[in-house]
Design a protein around this ligand. Structure first.
Ligand code: MRU
Length: 381
């Protein structure tokens, strides 16, 4: 079985899986420049905080590799690259990984030094973008290990396997591989600690049913799909594999006090988990941490178009129960004239979060009830 990959990259060539067509069709878009990268992200053909940063960085790297700069001056090259990065930053506002990647890329091209040539600036940019891509996989594997060990310390074992619930999609499709929250679930499974994984449908965009359910089945992880509205009933039901030990979610932005923006519906799961005595885990690389913003009130929440609620894309189910993978049907599921509110994310206050698992370890709250990221990120604190 080959590994699922949202992004395939070799220098000068970027292929990005069109996630709007999943789970019925596997199609990679050739992304050759900033505009195509922007479109891929804004339309959610690619999505998930780390994948957004990777596609923006590599999309511009491919454009630069193919010689898009219209100058031979290094200073002018830096100005043109800055302009492209500032444009890409507007593709989706909530996930901070993109901003952090942009800051890293801007710093790298400035570090090349005065007197450098335009080509040296371009090469430095490409190498840094490739580093962001390559490092992400290692980051996710570490998050998987730290998360699984945190749960082992709570009592998970080969003889006492645990069941968990996840929300949205945080797996290979949202990253360069393995995933963050779904990465912890993969690692739990690999270590023999997982009994069962539940995933929510994640309305309105259905990242859970279209993407996470697909990844869980693809990996052979024992799993069950529920609608978002079934979580409370699941948490009350303590029988067999429904005895949920933890909710594990990803993050688009964790701010200084630990408040966390993630896919809409995360907050209600956190409140329900606390009520039922279930642990609530945020899995986030340090690239998803924003130390410039003090609390969740400072996070800009993206609002998306009404059609994501009033219409859905499906594929035709044939009389024998199998899916016609070539068919694609856009179907109205509400009165098209109704008013709609469609925030793509919500903010879970830190008080509902038990740990933020990063690639540098699992961070817990201090006696003041606040997360302290200074130990794992002293350089940015
Ligand atoms: O709107 P999306 O699909 O980009 O939202 C994705 C999420 O909310 C994920 O949980 C988050 O980006 C983390 S992905 C590792």
């Amino acid at each position: 079985m080959s590994t699922l990959k949202a992004v395939k990259y070799t220098r000068g060539k970027l292929l990005v899986l069109d996630q709007l067509r999943l789970p019925h069709e596997f199609h990679y878009d050739d992304v050759t420049n900033r505009t195509e990268a922007f479109e891929s992200i804004a339309s959610m053909r690619t999505r998930g905080a780390p994948a957004i940063a990777i596609v923006a960085s590599l999309g511009l790297a491919v454009e630069l590799f193919n010689g898009s700069l219209t100058t031979t001056s290094a200073d002018e090259a830096i100005a043109q690259i800055d302009e492209a990065l500032d444009y890409l930053k507007e593709s989706r506002p909530t996930a901070v990984d993109l901003t952090n990647a942009i800051n890293q890329l801007k710093a790298r091209i400035r570090a090349v030094g005065s007197g450098a040539s335009k080509d040296e600036i371009v090469t430095a940019f490409i190498e840094e973008a490739e580093k962001i891509f390559e490092k992400d996989l290692q980051t996710n594997l570490s998050i998987g290990d730290f998360g699984a060990e945190w749960l082992r310390a709570l009592g998970a074992s080969e003889s006492q396997q645990i069941s968990v619930l996840t929300h949205c999609n945080t797996g290979s499709l949202a990253t360069s591989g393995h995933g963050t929250a779904l990465g912890i679930i993969r690692t739990l499974q690999a270590k023999g600690l997982l009994q069962h994984a539940f995933c929510t449908e994640t309305r309105p965009y259905n990242q859970g049913s279209r993407l996470t359910a697909f990844e869980l089945v693809y990996e052979g992880i024992p799993s069950t799909l529920i609608t978002d509205s079934m979580a409370a009933s699941l948490f009350r039901n303590r029988k067999q594999e429904k005895n949920i030990a933890a909710v594990i979610v990803g993050a688009d932005r964790v701010v200084r006090n630990g408040d966390t923006a993630n896919k809409i519906g995360t907050y209600q799961l956190a409140v329900l988990a606390k009520h039922h005595g279930i642990k609530f885990i945020v899995a986030a690389p340090t690239t998803s941490i924003d130390l410039e913003t003090e609390t969740g009130d400072g996070i800009k929440i993206e609002e998306r178009k009404k059609e994501e609620l009033t219409q859905i894309t499906g594929a035709v189910v044939k009389p024998d129960g199998t899916v016609d993978e070539t068919s694609k049907v856009r179907v109205a599921i509400a009165d098209q004239r109704v008013g709609v509110w469609n925030p793509a994310f919500d903010v879970t206050p830190a008080e509902y979060i038990d740990t933020v698992v990063t690639e540098k370890g699992a961070v817990e709250k201090g006696p003041d009830g606040k997360f302290d990221f200074s130990k794992i990120m002293p350089e940015r604190w």
